[in-house]
Ligand binder design. Structure first.
Ligand SMILES: [Mg+2]
Length: 396
């Protein structure tokens, strides 16, 4: 089998990859929805993969893997990798999990990072009311993640939150020492959310990036009695092109609260310092940013050797990304906790992808499906209607 074409369409806001072969099998991959600008980046790799055998996934990846970087510049390589596995599975008439070594579990646990309700405000009561709605969501999530601190509007809407200058822009640019009031405000909001959840639902917090080491330690210690599932991205994180494992190590070894990072990290090599230094208790690579499905599995196995847990990121990965997460998470060792359930926008995405279960999530779990490849596919008739004029030939 040979790759004859690599295509990319922006469907909704998601860059979607289609790899075409000379045997009539196509494979699909998908990058996060806020990244429509990646289309030319995906197409950059086309001359490196055309003519190769897509079922030799690793051999193809060796041609392009080095030409990627931390989020968002690992997404194109990652989506191509997903599409290669989709083809390899279809060609073998097996689900991708079989090609990765087989299932460890029949159902995969997900956590809520994306089923959201508008916040009334960023007070403890606002957080509590919002958490009550998420607790009541039909997916029955057993872990809910909420944004606080620098991973929220707190720096700009809570008066005197930090001593640093703040900016109300996206990509989490704020960083600095918290005031005592700022720190107390965060702790009060966490306590209010915990009061709603009790011990029925785990509470994870997306915190940054942007905390200083002393604040991170003070905060992690202050919430120790609450048995939080994890504190994510205190130091570095989303859209940070470096890791700073030494700083994470200092925080982790100063508290019993589990510390988590990794969603923006590209490739296994960039997790090495975190593992060698036991710098975090949980890592959260995203298959659509880390370099793909097999890369994520490798990171999980290496984490397990080091006693580090695994909670893959995935909020923006869309429905093809959801399929990739289900396939790979079925195969991960017992350090697997849950993956972040992707929510998809616009809503019509659910009408253009076939073979998803309905409902997708039951009691915080997804049944692992057995169709070949990633096991989902486009309803081409419906999907064609969502193509922009630039992408009309995507399914041809
Ligand atoms: Mg995060």
């Amino acid at each position: 089998m040979k790759i004859t074409d690599l295509k990319c369409a922006v469907i909704g806001q998601h860059p979607v990859v289609r790899i075409v072969t000379d045997e009539g099998i196509s494979g699909y991959g998908q990058a996060e929805f806020p990244k429509p600008y990646l289309k030319p980046h995906v197409l950059f790799y086309k001359p490196y993969v055309v003519g190769e055998d897509p079922t030799d996934v690793e051999r193809v990846m060796l041609r392009i893997r080095r030409a990627g970087a931390f989020k968002p510049w690992g997404a194109a390589v990652s989506a191509i990798e997903m599409a290669l596995w989709d083809i390899a599975g279809k060609a073998a008439n097996l689900p991708v999990y079989k090609l990765l070594g087989g299932k460890v579990r029949d159902r995969v646990r997900v956590y809520n990072g994306g089923v959201r309700f508008d916040m009334a405000d960023y007070s403890p009561q606002g957080y509590a009311e919002n958490m009550a709605k998420m607790k009541a969501a039909p997916e029955g999530f057993s872990i809910i993640k909420q944004g606080i601190g620098f991973h929220s509007a707190m720096p700009t809407v809570v008066p005197d939150f930090t001593y640093a200058e703040t900016r109300a822009t996206s990509l989490y640019p704020n960083r600095g020492l918290l005031t005592e009031r700022g720190l107390k405000h965060v702790i009060a909001c966490v306590q209010a959310m915990k009061d709603v959840l009790g011990d029925e639902v785990g509470l994870a917090l997306d915190c940054g990036p942007g905390w200083t080491v002393p604040d991170a330690i003070r905060f992690a210690r202050a919430v120790e009695g609450l048995n939080l599932t994890w504190l994510e991205d205190l130091i570095t994180g989303d859209y940070t092109p470096y890791v700073l494992a030494e700083l994470y190590s200092e925080v982790t070894h100063s508290t019993t609260t589990p510390i988590h990072t990794g969603e923006q990290i590209y490739l296994r090599q960039n997790f090495k310092a975190l593992f060698d230094k036991q710098a975090v208790r949980v890592v959260g690579p995203d298959p659509a940013d880390v370099g793909g499905i097999a890369e994520l599995k490798w990171v999980a196995e290496y984490a397990d050797l080091h006693g580090i847990l695994m909670a893959p990121h995935g909020i923006g990965d869309g429905l093809i990304g959801l399929a990739a997460l289900v396939q790979v998470c079925a195969t991960l060792p017992h350090n697997y906790i849950a993956f972040e359930y992707p929510t998809t926008r616009p809503e019509w995405w659910y009408d253009i992808v076939d073979w998803l279960p309905d409902p997708i999530v039951k009691n915080s779990m997804i049944d692992v499906w057995d169709r070949p490849g990633l096991g989902v596919g486009f309803n081409v008739t419906a999907a064609r209607r969502r193509l922009s004029d630039d992408d009309l030939g995507f399914f041809d």
